[in-house]
Design a binder for this molecule. Structure first.
Ligand SMILES: Cc1cc2nc3c(=O)[nH]c(=O)nc-3n(C[C@H](O)[C@H](O)[C@H](O)COP(=O)(O)OP(=O)(O)OC[C@H]3O[C@@H](n4cnc5c(N)ncnc54)[C@H](O)[C@@H]3O)c2cc1C
Length: 375
């Protein structure tokens, strides 16, 4: 019986499982992740306002794994040996005939004083911390920003910070206490959100202006203290700092000889293979893929890459040539509490539709549709 091991139980991993089984892979599938649990990150933006709780976004995967005939090993990958054929984990060594790495990314937390900032995309606990701090504040300045990985600018998470920013602004307005807060958005980029496309950047900057959000753009971030953000262009006094650093590869990659990109991610080719390793694939935030510089680090991309990786791996296991690449597509709704802006980008088109209520409801509808398979 052929054995496939998948590392992670996020978007890329779960879509890989679906696809392997859909195309008829009958062999063993083993998933290695700390918990048999899926966290739906895109809705973390609704935790500060109370629209979603942590429990709404955490899904027990045991029934899904049973349905898919998957063995879950509650463990963490720590290394790789035998040219990729043995995965080392915190609990055991697992042999495979094919490997899909979908263990996500890691935020670069090197700036001095970074412990004073909340990194909202780290998960449910961080989003709940923002919710509790906002509730406790009577007024003051909220500073919110992001940076990228200097060695690989595409390795960053920009969209969600706009969602937290506009969402919080509208939440405070709804609560009737907006006038007691000053909101500052900071980033070293001159044109934040550039990967969404030029039209989207203009719309985002226009929306900040309209909402009375001060934009502190184009200044390198030097660090943080308990009550300020320190940049090369001056300091921002703040009662609450929310900051999304750039992303890099997982720590466990350091224990392997897997090839790395300049930003520390796993190098991949257009078929999601890791060069130099047979039947080792990478999908989602863990990988650095050939393509346009605006290729997003998104769940949608992780899903597209997972489908390609699963099909190619099956082909290789059947001694056929792998041929499937993935489309590069940026598709998202930048939500703002009760409305949202829709952005779509491919190599041929770039559409940024204005902020409307319908897009907020579309995002909620998509959440319901996507999660029905794990409920
Ligand atoms: C607030 C927020 C909003 C977002 N909004 C959107 C959106 O609207 N649309 C969109 O497309 N994308 C969105 N994203 C991005 C999207 O969530 C990520 O791109 C996506 O989660 C990447 O999927 P992945 O499978 O590569 O990694 P992840 O989903 O991060 O999964 C990684 C998995 O690997 C596991 N893991 C980590 N280390 C190890 C290890 N050593 N061993 C074993 N397992 C390990 C983790 O526990 C996890 O199960 C958003 C993200 C955030 C945080």
């Amino acid at each position: 019986m052929q054995k496939v091991t998948i590392i992670g139980s996020g978007f890329g991993a779960l879509t890989s499982i679906h696809c392997l089984r859909d195309i008829g892979f009958k062999g063993d599938v083993t998933v290695v992740s700390p918990r048999a649990e899926f966290v739906y990150y895109p809705s973390l933006i609704w935790v500060p306002s109370g629209l979603r709780s942590g429990d709404d976004l955490r899904f027990d995967l045991k029934p899904f794994f049973r349905r898919m005939g998957v063995t879950h090993v509650a463990s963490e990958a720590t290394g790789l040996s035998d040219d990729g054929r043995t995965l080392e984990t915190t609990t055991e060594e697992i042999a495979n005939d094919g490997l899909i790495i979908a263990s996500g990314g890691r935020f670069i937390k090197k700036l001095p004083g970074i412990e004073h900032a909340i990194t909202p995309c780290e998960g449910i606990a961080a989003a709940q911390q923002i919710r509790d701090r906002i509730r406790a504040l009577d007024g003051g300045t909220i500073a919110m920003g992001f940076a990228s990985n200097p060695n690989e600018p595409s390795s960053m998470r920009g969209g969600p910070i706009f969602e937290f920013l506009f969402g919080l602004e509208r939440q405070l307005r709804r609560e009737g206490r907006r006038e007691r807060f000053h909101i500052v958005f900071f980033t070293p980029a001159e044109r934040p959100g550039n990967r969404l496309g030029p039209k989207a950047v203009d719309k985002l900057l226009g929306a900040m202006d309209q909402a009375g959000i001060e934009a502190h753009l184009g200044h390198k971030i030097k660090g943080f203290s308990a009550d300020k953000v320190i940049t090369e262009g001056g300091e921002i006094a703040a009662n609450l700092i929310i900051f999304m650093p750039g992303m890099t590869g997982n720590q466990w990659f350091d224990n392997t000889s897997l090839p790395r990109s300049p930003g520390g991610l796993l190098q991949a080719d257009a078929l999601c293979r890791v060069p130099g390793f047979e039947r080792v694939y990478v999908v989602g935030d863990s990988g650095s893929f050939p393509g346009p510089d605006w290729m997003p680090k998104q769940a949608h991309m992780a899903d597209l890459q997972a489908r390609a990786a699963a099909k190619n791996l099956i082909a290789e296991l059947a001694k056929r040539e792998p041929t499937v690449s993935f489309n590069v597509e940026l598709l998202c709704i930048v939500d703002a509490y009760d409305r949202g802006m829709m952005v779509w980008r491919t190599d041929k088109r770039n559409v940024a539709l204005p902020s409307m209520r319908i897009f907020h409801w579309l995002k909620r509808g998509f959440e319901w549709w996507y999660l029905r398979q794990y409920r």
